[in-house]
Write a protein that binds this ligand. Structure first.
Ligand code: TSX
Ligand code: MN
Length: 546
């Protein structure tokens, strides 16, 4: 790859085993409009997915695949999702003509013999076919055939379009398998939070993109929280099942992190910086004359002679030096806070599930659901404001249930029903919470310091999940008593705290209208339980208002 300039060697003294990859400039992000769920019945894909009949999809792609690998090497990549020897792990096989994809899968999955040994004589693997094709967006498709557990992807070499283990298999296809087999494949980080008594409480958290999921997964508590430590189990995907003990158990099916580089630096995420400085791929970042990787937010000023992500000399008038969706691909086991449980075949027991979003107004810093069904409602009605990192308008509210909108491989209403059914099997369900690190004041300034200080919120969450801590019942859910949040060492005024912790009740009715509109698109497939949750909140709100 170095010889063919698919990879450029980075400075091997400072970044041993690290290489830069520059993708085609028209191929820098997942392409949701070219991503399809191919089921016989359109309703099984649902209104939030692109749909194509399986025969039509095959007919469209067969001519594109025919001869597409001619003159290239085809790699056959068996990989294991989940710890070796775990009954909850699954095998995939990707055929690809991209050596960059192979190298990425080597970091992101457990590749090779460990996978074929786990498979044994079974034929239960998820097949994936991938070709770069000609990289023309007009001939780019990512097709999912849930019935055959099959993915066909052509025309893109990028991340979630091409590493079929990740979004295609571990979320969309595994989600279909999970529904049939009674488990969940979720877009969630997993962390263990150790408190000063040495007890570790595991939580999962679902956030849409641009909310700092990887940063939260690698959080370092501030000085006031001596004795607390966050153990990183995963930053993107959780496979969840009901254990024999009636609790929810999680594994991270991945073995690496595919994180957004810009904004990652020694202040925002020192653990990520210490992870990615060896044996890592950097995609579409800038490079200094010393061949060091560079991106906006890495903590240094852009040095003279900087080369941008497209290999051009950079100057301030060129805009960003690194692509906003530039990435690091780095082994999880190099993370200083990696949890030994990453390789535990039984996974970790989950005490709390967190749903988060980016909301400048309205939603409080944190609140707890009344019960599982109300918690599923909180997940299903999630919304987040768009940032410059995504395409389209900035600051627009986008509904993103459980942060799964682009990753649910079947009808999202059926997915909600599956969440409700899972709850009925959990005799010890995790407590469910909503968080919002992004509340702003009238001047647009962030009210909450975020980052490491979020441990203060996590501390309340883990105490609540044990049945401790103090909450105030409100129409929207259970809010923390201000005196029950450990705010030692933080200089927040009473006014700021009140603003952070109070729901905007008058505005909440409009929010419910929006949520209702979102639910209505699913018609009669929408579970009645969630419709009831919505009207319960409305009734309680208006009782308070009266
Ligand atoms: O990742 C973030 N987290 C979670 C960290 C564990 N970000 C970055 C989001 C983009 C990916 C945050 N940004 C967080 C946060 O908690 N909070 C904010 C908003 C914010 C930004 C800058 C400051 C404070 C809050 N700076 C100062 O207060 C100096
Ligand atoms: Mn993700």
């Amino acid at each position: 790859m170095v010889r063919s300039r698919t990879l450029l060697e980075l400075n091997q003294q400072a970044y041993p085993g690290c290489f830069l990859h520059r993708s085609n400039p028209n191929d820098v992000a997942r392409t949701e409009h070219l991503t399809f769920i191919c089921t016989e019945d359109r309703e099984d894909a649902g209104p939030t997915n692109n749909w194509m009949a399986p025969a039509d999809a095959r007919g469209r792609l067969e001519p594109l695949f025919r001869g597409s690998m001619r003159g290239r090497t085809m790699y056959v990549v068996p990989y294991l999702m989940g710890p070796a020897g775990s009954p909850f792990s699954r095998v995939g096989v990707e055929l690809t003509d991209s050596p960059y994809v192979v190298a990425s899968l080597r970091v992101m999955t457990r590749m090779g013999r460990v996978a074929t040994e786990q498979l044994g004589t079974s034929e239960m693997f998820a097949p994936g076919l991938h070709s770069l094709g000609d990289l023309d967006p007009e001939r780019r498709f990512i097709m999912h055939f849930p019935r055959e557990r099959l993915v066909w992807s052509i025309g893109s070499g990028y991340g979630g379009n091409a590493l079929l283990s990740k979004k295609c298999f571990a979320l969309r296809i595994a989600g279909v398998m999970a529904r049939e087999e009674g488990w969940l494949a979720e877009h969630m980080l997993i962390v263990g939070i150790e408190d000063p008594t040495g007890r570790i409480t595991y939580v999962t958290a679902a956030f849409p993109s641009a909310c700092g999921k990887t940063n939260l997964a690698m959080l370092i508590p501030p000085a006031a929280f001596e004795g607390y430590k966050v153990w990183t189990v995963g930053d993107d995907i959780a496979w969840l099942r009901v254990g024999d003990d009636g609790r929810l158990w999680a594994i991270n099916p991945e073995a690496g992190f595919f994180g957004v580089a810009p904004g990652t630096g020694p202040k925002s995420n020192p653990n990520a910086m210490a992870t990615l400085d060896r044996n890592s791929l950097l995609t579409n970042v800038a490079m200094t004359p010393d061949r060091l990787p560079w991106w906006e937010g890495i903590g240094t000023e852009p040095p003279p002679g900087l080369i941008d992500w497209q290999g051009r000399a950079w100057s301030a008038k060129n805009g960003k030096a690194a692509h906003p969706n530039s990435r690091f691909t780095t082994p999880a086991k190099q993370c200083p806070t990696i949890s030994p449980a990453l390789d535990d075949p039984k996974g970790v027991p989950i005490s709390a599930i967190i749903f988060g979003g980016r909301r400048a107004r309205l939603t409080p810093l944190v609140y707890q659901s009344r019960d599982w069904e109300h918690g599923v409602f909180l997940g299903a009605s999630m919304g987040s404001e768009t940032t410059a990192a995504a395409t389209g308008a900035v600051g627009v509210l986008r509904r993103d249930p459980m942060a799964m909108l682009p990753f649910c491989g079947y009808n999202t209403a059926d997915y909600f029903a599956h969440w409700l059914a899972m709850g009925r099997r959990l005799t010890h369900p995790p407590a469910i919470f909503t968080v919002n690190w992004f509340r702003t004041d009238s001047d647009g300034k962030f009210l909450w310091p975020g980052f490491g200080e979020n441990i203060r919120v996590l501390d309340w969450i883990i105490r609540r999940s044990r049945g401790e801590g103090i909450a105030i019942t409100t129409p929207i859910g259970l809010l923390p008593a201000v005196r029950d949040l450990n705010l030692e060492g933080l200089a927040l005024t009473d006014k700021t705290l009140a603003e952070l912790l109070s729901p905007d009740i008058p505005a909440w009715n409009a929010e419910l209208d929006e949520q209702e509109r979102f639910f209505k698109q699913f018609g009669s497939r929408m579970p009645q339980g969630l419709i009831n949750q919505l009207s319960d909140v409305r009734t309680q709100l208006n009782r308070v208002a009266d």
